[in-house]
Ligand binder design. Structure first.
Ligand SMILES: NC(=O)CC[C@H](N)C(=O)O
Length: 243
């Protein structure tokens, strides 16, 4: 009888999704379907500090950043989350999550808002103006698989990146920008007149990363396209496991 060769144990990667409020279930659906080569993904819905302890990486979903911060405080998660980020664990914030990962936020509610920090950017909550509830834009990025195929960016009361502050030790990589012909109409001529739009204007940046910390101001979890999830795993999560 042929000897059975035992299969090597699959590497299990535990991805946490902060599940206090917002679109965490949508991230879960995409992660479950994501092809992972030799790795197996275990998804951990993070609601208390012990959940976070089991995670190799974390996704902070879209929703309401003030509510998420408040619930995180009540759950005793604020400091464990900040510690997770400080330890350079991979973290990705989408929309409200992007606000929470920013070092500075404008347009916060009265009394301010607690942030987690970790990505050296300034961001404006609901920065496209209250008249623009949501819009879609075709996004291109050389960093995505099938780079020629636009990714449909879904923006819902999205934040706007106001400035990025890289340092030599902590460079910031721009992953995608809004195309000039898809800038929302904000009444701000600098953003609307194509000829005048500086392509380096930080307000056009919609996806970036600083080390293993990534922010997207739109909702990749609300499309059927898993390429930003694939990017996060490939560029932020898997390299962190090899150390
Ligand atoms: N879709 C979203 O996540 C919106 C974010 C929301 N405007 C906030 O400030 O938290």
């Amino acid at each position: 009888m042929a000897e059975r060769i035992p299969k090597p144990p699959e590497d299990v990667v535990t991805i946490g999704i902060l599940a206090l409020q917002g679109a965490f279930a949508e991230h879960q659906v995409i992660l479950k379907k994501l092809p992972m080569g030799g790795h197996k993904i275990k998804i951990e819905l993070v609601r208390v500090p012990d959940d976070l302890q089991r995670c190799d990486a974390l996704i902070i979903p879209g929703g309401e950043s003030t509510t998420i911060a408040l619930l995180a405080r009540l759950a005793g998660l604020l400091e464990p989350l900040r510690d997770f980020i400080r330890r350079q664990r991979p973290v990705w914030g989408t929309c409200a999550g992007a606000i929470l990962l920013s070092e500075r936020a404008e347009g916060t509610k009265k009394g301010g808002q607690e942030l987690l920090g970790g990505v050296n950017i300034s961001i404006a909550r609901n920065g496209w103006g209250s008249q623009i509830e949501s819009f879609e834009a075709p996004l291109l990025s050389d960093d995505l698989k099938e780079a020629d195929r636009p990714f449909t960016g879904v923006f819902i009361r999205a934040p706007v990146i106001l400035s990025v502050s890289p340092t030599p030790e902590h460079p910031i990589q721009i992953i995608s920008r809004l195309p000039a012909d898809h800038l929302p109409r904000t009444g701000d001529p600098a953003l609307e007149e194509e000829d005048d739009t500086d392509p380096r204007d930080p307000r056009t940046i919609v996806a970036l990363r600083q080390g293993r910390h990534m922010v997207t101001t739109f909702h990749p979890e609300l499309t059927n396209d898993n390429r930003f999830h694939e990017y996060f795993l490939r560029e932020c999560v898997l390299p962190s496991l090899r150390q």
